[in-house]
Design a protein around this ligand. Structure first.
Ligand code: PMP
Length: 364
């Protein structure tokens, strides 16, 4: 018997995660490059100090105030509004989605997504002993809706995970596709539209939040880690029918959101306009980066997110390594031959472009 006595299917596996390297230009995990202003830092610090005074007590298990604040924030993205009973939150949207799998997946059930997509999805399934079914995206990374519907009808998944925009491709989903797949899934499952990058959508693509009144099996997952510039706080959340939120309460650990987390998130939400203030700049920088990469002859996936997937390289690792040697860290992820760059500040993107030109010239 090997020690430690890990579950058979976990033996030899590496923990998921991008390399955390200390380099000048970090464009590898789709963070917002702009940190909070001194005024926001001061307000967060005051809120944390208040929470610290009562840390001998457990936090509000139902995070009532935070749920209301998140509902108010989400209501800006849908004419139908979102009530606090429709909101759930956890330590990052990774934990939100793991809880969804804990509640709705499990042995004898399956979860479904379409590759290439976010590589944590199969891990949520594995960790909850849920079968994993992987459909394919088209060559341009869009979904063939008829094929997707046929796969749902054949496999009857309990959970469908559909990121929009998708990671690592940046592809957004049209609302018609979300509606058609919600109908195909029916009451036997839940369909999760993972909008981790939702705030970066190009104008014209509505949020799946607008579809909530039509589909009681629809879940829209969001995070404060990306557009909201709060990755370090670990706060993800979702909007869904109150029945779905209630069901998750059965599997969540008691007091899973610490008093400090709740205080930080509430203080940050009070400063939403400032924290989100650079989203337009990042979208413009994204569009400029995509255009520049195309001018240089690279193939680039259309992106509605704060990153771009580009390629294809016969030896992508060599390109990644060449950039790293020049102090620019991007991500080796996605289909073979492609690389993903997160959108940083204008200065960081200039450094990326210069380094890429040099690496390509060196490669001849
Ligand atoms: N969904 C997608 C598509 C992501 O890319 C990420 C993070 N890279 C997450 C969810 C999870 O983010 P967090 O746990 O920080 O909310």
């Amino acid at each position: 018997m090997d020690f430690p006595p890990l579950r058979e299917e976990l033996r030899g596996l590496q923990p998921y995660g991008a390399p955390q390297l200390d380099v000048p230009v970090q464009l590898n995990v789709n963070e917002n490059p702009y940190g909070p202003s001194p005024a926001v830092v001061a307000d967060i610090a005051t809120a944390v100090a208040e929470a610290a005074g009562v840390l001998n007590r457990y936090p509000d298990r139902e995070f009532t105030e935070l749920r209301s604040a998140l509902a108010a924030y989400l209501s800006r993205d849908t004419p139908h509004g979102i009530s606090p009973a429709q909101v759930w939150a956890a330590n990052g949207s990774n934990e939100v989605m793991l809880q969804l799998l804990q509640a709705f997946g499990g042995p004898g059930r399956c979860a479904l997504s379409f590759a290439p997509t976010y590589s944590m999805y199969p891990e949520y399934a594995r960790d909850t002993m849920t079968d994993w079914v992987q459909g394919r995206r088209e060559d341009d990374f869009s979904l063939d809706l008829d094929a997707a519907r046929a796969l749902v009808e054949e496999r009857r998944p309990s959970v469908v995970l559909l990121p929009s925009p998708n990671n690592p491709t940046g592809t957004a989903l049209p609302p018609e596709a979300v509606s058609a797949l919600c109908e195909a899934v029916g009451d036997e499952g839940v369909l999760v539209v993972d909008e981790a990058y939702g705030e970066f959508r190009r104008t014209g693509t509505p949020s799946a939040l607008e579809l909530l009144p039509q589909h009681r099996n629809l879940v829209v997952s969001r995070t404060m880690s990306k557009a909201f510039a709060l990755a370090g706080a670990r706060l993800g959340y979702l909007a869904a029918s109150p029945e779905i939120c209630d069901a998750i309460r059965v599997v969540r650990l008691p007091y899973h959101l610490s008093a400090v987390t709740q205080a930080v998130a509430l203080a940050a939400l009070r400063h939403a306009p400032e924290l989100l203030g650079r989203v337009d700049d990042l979208r413009a920088e994204r569009d400029a980066t995509v255009a520049w990469l195309r001018e240089r002859g690279h193939t680039v996936a259309d992106s509605d997110a704060n990153f771009a997937l580009f390629g294809t390289f016969p030896d992508r690792h060599a390109v990644w390594q060449g950039l790293l040697a020049r102090g620019v860290l991007i991500r080796e992820v996605g289909p073979e031959g492609w690389l993903r760059v997160s959108i940083g500040t204008a200065e960081e993107m200039t450094a990326f472009k210069q380094a890429l030109v040099e690496v390509m010239e060196e490669a001849g």
